[in-house]
Design a protein around this ligand. Structure first.
Ligand code: NAX
Length: 330
């Protein structure tokens, strides 16, 4: 039997975690021979609810789940962890301005960054899902100076999967036959789902769908999918699909994009090295490859038309604005 790995999940009593935890505990991500310890973080008032989730985890009698630790202390949650899913975040309350939301989440993620820096393993992989995910990733990373910036990524896999589905549906094929979609930028309405390099059953997507569909339907549908789900679910936001995306993104990050994804690359928000004119240091969703040895790289030298360049720039500008709003916390 392998040595157990410690996985932290924050916001563990929330909607996304209600799907994520059970999939992790079943062995879906790390394999059916890998025992795990779940270290679950919540705010103090939610510990009671979290205890209910723990009871259900216990009632699944998962053979791989060695231990479940519940805590409201980030240093306990992140102690010696190899993997951390930062899902918990403060939702936007009534009358709350975007700047207030950015600030109160910045405070949460600054504290969690410090705790990760202090107690997590040096090679920890931290996937930030809680919104505003890209800027929260920036804050977490900036507050963890002893960890490599490559330990952090923000989730854009849900947007990526949404884009795959829309193209597959339009072309009447299975999702598996769509490759090399890119979602650039922020996890917000400025994200840019890009079909320029996508293929469908080996054919260039641009030969199969027209520009009117791309600009009037595909792009806005993907950009606004989160809001559409909330509307249809009577106020509840995407949860199972977000948990699925968190698993997909972490799987590609851990095992490599070649083995874990049917595409050549995935969309993943990582720290910018200046690629494609995106300012260094921003957490930005790029096409990313991960080798089976764990080497992560932003796919280089893709040709971009004027429309793509403008969209990529617009999303980067939004991220710069978000950074400006929380500058005093960095
Ligand atoms: P819920 O409101 O159901 O759950 C969030 C949980 O986080 C709550 O139980 C809350 O008590 C907890 N929490 C709040 N502050 C905390 C802190 N300081 N430490 C630990 N836990 C804390 O939200 P849920 O639907 O699970 O969504 C979680 C986050 O994911 C939200 O910010 C949401 O906006 C974001 N999303 C991000 C997506 C992405 O693609 N990046 C897509 C899905 C989702 O919208």
């Amino acid at each position: 039997m392998k040595t157990p790995i410690d996985i932290a999940v924050t916001g563990a009593a929330g909607q996304i975690s209600y799907s994520l935890l059970f999939r992790l505990a079943s062995g879906e991500l790390f394999g059916l021979d890998q025992p795990i310890v779940l270290r679950l973080l919540e705010i103090t008032p939610a510990l009671h609810r979290l205890h209910g989730v723990q009871m259900e985890l216990n009632d699944c009698a998962y053979p791989l789940l060695q231990k479940v630790i519940l805590t409201d202390d980030a240093k306990v949650a992140f102690k010696d962890v190899d993997y951390a899913f930062l899902v918990g975040a403060r939702p936007r309350g009534p009358g709350m301005k975007r700047k207030d939301l950015l600030e109160c989440n910045a405070a949460i993620f600054a504290e969690q960054g410090k705790a990760l820096n202090e107690v997590a393993h040096q090679h920890v992989k931290v996937l930030i899902t809680g919104n505003p995910a890209n800027t929260n990733a920036l804050i977490t990373q900036m507050n963890a100076p002893d960890l490599s910036p490559s330990c952090f990524s923000a989730m854009s896999m849900l947007d990526h999967n949404r884009a795959i589905f829309q193209l597959a549906k339009k072309c009447g094929v299975r999702s598996k036959e769509v490759k090399n979609i890119i979602v650039w930028g922020n996890h917000s309405e400025t994200q840019y789902p890009d079909l320029t390099h996508a293929t469908v059953k080996g054919l260039e997507a641009l030969t199969l769908v027209d520009q009117t569909w791309i600009k009037d339907e595909f792009i806005p549908t993907v950009q606004n999918r989160g809001a559409s789900v909330i509307e249809e679910r009577g106020g509840l936001s995407s949860a199972a699909s977000a948990a699925n995306a968190a698993i997909c993104q972490m799987r590609s990050w851990v095992f490599g994009t070649e083995v874990s994804s049917w595409s050549d690359w995935i969309s993943m928000a990582v720290i910018s090295d200046g690629s494609y004119g995106v300012e260094k240091g921003l957490f930005y969703s790029f096409p990313v490859k991960v080798s089976s040895a764990g080497e992560l790289s932003i796919v280089q030298d893709l040709e971009l038309d004027a429309f793509s360049k403008a969209c990529i720039k617009e999303s980067a500008l939004e991220l710069k604005e978000e950074r400006k709003a929380i500058k005093h916390l960095l």
